[in-house]
Ligand binder design. Structure first.
Ligand code: ZN
Ligand code: ZN
Length: 469
């Protein structure tokens, strides 16, 4: 036996002829309906009709939103595959290249032996054979993926169980239907308040399920594509080979001149070593800057880590893991990219999980940020539409209207330099431009966030929020 959300019959109304008393099912809910037995025409209450229309519209909106989420989710799977079948494409490229190079080498060797091809061409055949075949395989697969069918899973809505007011038999209302038919007596079934609420709940549940599935796929896909974090070392990937390119010959030439017994040519050698020194100096300075800044951030986060038994982390993968575990709502993709000295602090305060996401670096495609996120279910926060979510760099919309405690806390936090946002996932407080500048200069000031965390938890409570389940 499976548990269903609601199986006890809820009230339903019907349509009954005011002249002959027969209950019947009109073809549609219109301002006037005709009795099929005595042809009597009667008007339906305009207020009731408006409520039923509103009910149809609301459920329709939720179902449409659920389908959009399902479509987005399916598109991710079309291009990147399901999480369980996702492969390492870089490794695959090199394996294919190696195999094809081997085959090209064998074929080339046979051709050389048969005197068809010059032996000098053999290395070119091997390299080009491997590289071109691997490229062809990669692009061929991308081309095939364009024709992959997307499997959009439509949300299943649980029917609302009602008792037929005419015959008493249990009937089922499809959520969003303002009128259905009793299977037993064929009279109309029109949902009353309770039944409508159940229909609305079922639609909201379906929408939420589809949204969460979409957001999770999105975060998981981007984390697996960009989670490596190799972008942080770009500066060194360029500088170190360059420095080596100057240093090794410089030492070689000096050594040669010293051993050959000829007088040293001081001026050119000094120039070469000056270039080497500058390059290594820049590398050392970059390393030192990063290291000292990291120490400053750690000094800022250490008191919070101690107070809230927090755990430090960094990078896209760690951020995505926390989001997948706690953040049940939209998350701007730009915020998944992480660069130099990105830091996270995960912890718990007053029964709520929290995350501090600190990204001090300014880089293209990345959001410079200091954000506190508190996952919570806050009443009165409506789910965000797919279109809105896609263009969003902030973590939600404005706070819903609240009581005086809410207003006071919000005002205090805004004064301290925080931009407050809510979404179906919870509350977030991001440092505004001025505060961000101050934090970039002195990351030790993150230690002051002990107060910010406490205030934000209070604010979530004042908004009626509960820890996200
Ligand atoms: Zn009638
Ligand atoms: Zn009936």
């Amino acid at each position: 036996m499976t548990l269903q959300p609601q199986t006890s019959p809820t009230h339903a109304a019907t349509i009954q002829c005011q002249r002959c008393g027969a209950a019947y099912r009109p073809p549609a809910l219109t301002p006037h309906v005709d009795c099929p037995f005595c042809r009597h025409r009667q008007a339906l209450e305009p207020e009731r009709l408006a409520v039923l229309r509103g009910y149809e519209r609301q459920v329709g909106e939720d179902i449409a939103a659920a389908e959009k989420h399902a479509q987005h989710q399916a598109t991710y799977e079309k291009w990147y595959g399901k999480p369980e079948e996702r492969k390492n494409h870089t490794a695959e490229f090199f394996i294919v290249a190696a195999v094809c190079a081997l085959v090209a080498g064998l074929v080339g060797g046979v051709l050389v032996a048969a005197d068809v091809v010059q032996p000098m061409l053999l290395p070119t055949i091997v390299i080009m054979g491997g590289f071109l075949s691997a490229t062809a395989v990669t692009y061929g697969r991308m081309f095939l993926q364009m024709f992959r069918k997307v499997d959009v899973k439509r949300g299943q809505l649980t029917d609302v169980v009602v008792a037929c007011p005419t015959c008493g038999a249990p009937g089922r209302l499809t959520p969003g239907d303002a009128i259905d038919t009793c299977m037993h007596c064929h009279a109309a079934l029109v949902p009353e308040q309770g039944a409508m609420q159940q229909g609305l709940d079922a639609a909201a549940r379906a929408r939420r399920r589809a949204a969460i599935h979409h957001y999770r796929t999105e975060i998981e896909t981007h984390a697996s594509l960009y989670g490596g974090g190799s972008g942080r070392h770009i500066a060194f990937v360029v500088l170190v080979p360059f420095a080596l390119m100057f240093t090794v010959p410089s030492i070689g030439i000096t050594f040669e001149q010293l051993t050959s017994g000829k007088p040293l040519r001081v001026a050119p050698l000094l120039l070469m070593f000056a270039v080497c020194g500058t390059l290594w100096g820049i590398i050392a300075m970059l390393l030192w800057l990063r290291w000292s800044r990291r120490q400053a951030i750690r000094r800022g986060l250490a008191p919070l880590q101690q107070q809230f038994q927090g755990r430090l982390g960094h990078g896209t993968r760690a951020l995505a893991d926390w989001l997948l575990a706690h953040w049940a709502g939209p998350f701007p993709l730009q915020r998944l990219y992480t660069g130099v000295n990105h830091h996270l602090l995960r912890g718990k305060a007053g029964g709520f999980e929290f995350l501090i996401d600190f990204h001090p670096a300014k880089a293209e495609h990345m959001v410079t940020r200091a954000t506190l996120m508190i996952p919570a279910e806050i009443p009165g926060v409506s789910p965000m539409s797919v279109e809105h979510q896609a263009t969003l760099a902030a973590l939600g919309t404005q706070l819903p209207a609240g009581n005086s405690t809410v207003n006071q806390l919000a005002l205090g936090l805004r004064h301290a330099g925080f931009d407050l946002r809510v979404s179906e996932a919870g509350l977030s407080a991001s440092a505004d431009e001025e505060l961000m500048r101050a934090l970039r200069k002195r990351p030790e000031r993150l230690a002051e966030w002990s107060q910010v965390i406490a205030r934000c938890v209070e604010l979530v409570r004042a908004l009626g929020g509960r820890p996200a389940s």
